[in-house]
Write a protein that binds this ligand. Structure first.
Ligand SMILES: [Zn+2]
Length: 263
C-alpha cells in the first residue's frame, strides 16, 4: 500500500512566525507564509491524482496512491487559516495535535478541534509533550505519551482517536510498537517514503516534509509521486542520520547542496 503524504506545520501572515505553534527560530524554519502555502496548495491541487485521508487506506481501492496533507503540532493556524484554505480547494487535512498545549496561546482550542472534526478533517495525536527525540524515551513513557494524548483528544471530540504523528521525526520501531500498544491504528512518521507498513497492527506512513523556502513546484513534484523529488528527500534524510551519528556540522551544508540541485 502506498500514500503520498506531505508534512506541513504552521501557516502565518506577515512573518509573524511565533503567532502559531512552537516559538523560536528552529520551528519557524518549518512554517510557511500564507501566500506561499496558498501557492503550494494550488500546485499540489493541480497534480494530485487522488485527494485522500488516512481513512481511505483502511478501505483501499484500486488506482493511484492518495495524496494526504498533514499538519503537525496543533498550532492555532490549523483553525484560523489552514482548514479554510483546504476546504476551498476541496481538501480535508490531518491536524496532529500536541495535547499538553491545547487551549494555550498559539495553539488550537478544544472547541476549534470539535469544529474541525465536524468539517471532515482528521484530528490525531502528536504526543502530549512533544518529547525530543521521542525515540530515546523509555517504553513506559512512550506508551503514556500515546495513551494519554489519544484519551485527551477522545474526551474533547467525543469519539475514539486512532491516528498520530511522531514528534520531531524521531521514529523507531519501538515508537510505533508503543503507539500500537496504546490502541493507535495509523502513525505518520517523517521518513520520506510513499510505502506504508504495519507494525503490531498499526499502519506506519512516511511523509515528505515541506519547509519555509521550498518552492511550490517541489510540493507538486512530491504530490505527483515524482521519483527524483522523492529520492532527493531520501538522500537528505539519510545524510541527516549519518551526520547525527558522527555528530559533525556536515548536515546543513550537505542538505543545502542536495536541495539546490533538486530545485
Ligand atoms: Zn512537531
Amino acid at each position: 500500500m502506498r500514500a503520498l503524504s506531505l508534512l506541513y506545520h504552521d501557516v502565518v501572515e506577515g512573518g509573524d512566525w511565533d503567532a502559531s505553534g512552537f516559538p523560536g527560530a528552529l520551528p519557524a524554519a518549518y512554517k510557511l507564509e500564507r501566500r506561499d502555502f496558498e501557492n503550494h496548495l494550488s500546485a499540489v491541487s493541480r497534480v494530485a491524482a487522488r485527494r485522500g485521508t488516512v481513512r481511505d487506506l483502511f478501505q483501499p481501492v484500486p488506482g493511484p496512491p492518495p495524496v494526504l496533507l498533514t499538519f503537525d503540532d496543533g498550532g492555532a493556524s490549523a483553525y484560523a487559516c489552514v482548514a479554510d484554505l483546504l476546504e476551498r480547494a476541496g481538501w480535508r487535512g490531518h491536524f496532529l495535535v500536541t495535547t499538553d498545549y491545547i487551549d494555550t496561546p498559539g495553539f488550537v482550542t478544544r472547541a476549534q478541534l470539535r469544529e474541525l472534526v465536524g468539517r471532515g478533517h482528521v484530528i490525531g495525536s502528536h504526543s502530549c509533550s512533544h518529547p525530543n527525540p521521542m525515540s530515546r524515551c523509555g517504553w513506559d513513557r512512550l506508551v503514556a505519551e500515546w495513551t494519554r494524548s489519544a484519551a485527551v483528544l477522545a474526551d474533547v471530540l467525543g469519539e475514539p482517536v486512532r491516528v498520530a504523528s511522531v514528534p520531531g521525526g524521531a521514529f523507531s520501531r519501538r515508537v510505533a510498537a508503543a503507539a500500537a500498544a496504546a490502541g493507535l491504528t495509523a502513525l505518520f512518521t517523517s521518513e520520506p517514503t510513499a510505502r506504508c507498513r504495519v507494525v503490531d497492527g498499526c499502519l506506519v506512513l512516511g511523509r515528505f516534509v515541506l519547509r519555509r523556502g521550498d518552492p511550490p513546484k517541489r510540493a507538486a513534484a512530491l504530490a505527483s509521486g515524482n521519483l527524483r523529488a522523492r529520492l532527493s528527500q531520501l538522500v537528505v534524510w539519510n545524510l541527516k542520520k549519518i551526520a547525527k551519528a558522527v555528530g559533525g556540522d556536515l548536515y546543513p551544508a550537505l542538505s543545502r547542496l542536495v536541495h539546490e540541485r533538486a530545485r
